[in-house]
Design a protein. Structure first.
Length: 133
């Protein structure tokens, strides 16, 4: 799978969740087993808009190469790994209800895709780098 395809998948996922969190915060929070007091709705919208920004970055960067591509892939990988760790800790502490555990799968899958694309990008760069004599 090419980095381009991975970034398109990342853009689509960020768009879907970003729109949901921004436009339907009560329903999205309920889907994760969370209540939706006004403060949670505000935070949901803020996170949603941030995800929409990530969707734009991934979409516009889908044809990137070199250092720019690596930067986009590393940033995406960081988001997925950090979210996985934070959500796992919240689940373990009982701060996040079990209904939200499915979200971990999304972070694992997207993290694996971004990690694979980053690995392949490094291998392509190494394989095509000129050697010095």
């Amino acid at each position: 799978m090419s980095s381009r395809v991975v970034l398109i998948i990342g853009a689509a996922a960020a768009l879907i969740f970003g729109l949901g969190l921004t436009l339907l915060p009560t329903q999205m929070l309920a889907g994760f087993g969370l209540g939706a007091p006004p403060a949670a709705q505000v935070l949901s919208r803020d996170v949603g808009v941030t995800l929409l920004g990530l969707a734009v970055l991934n979409w516009l960067g889908r044809n990137a190469a070199g250092g720019a591509l690596r930067a986009i892939l590393v940033a995406n990988l960081f988001v997925q790994v950090a979210e996985l760790i934070v959500n796992a800790l919240e689940l373990a502490a009982g701060e996040l209800p079990p209904a939200a555990a499915g979200g971990l799968v999304i972070h694992v899958v997207l993290g694996a895709l971004f990690g694979w694309a980053l690995y392949r990008t490094g291998r392509v760069t190494t394989a095509t780098a000129p050697t010095t004599a």
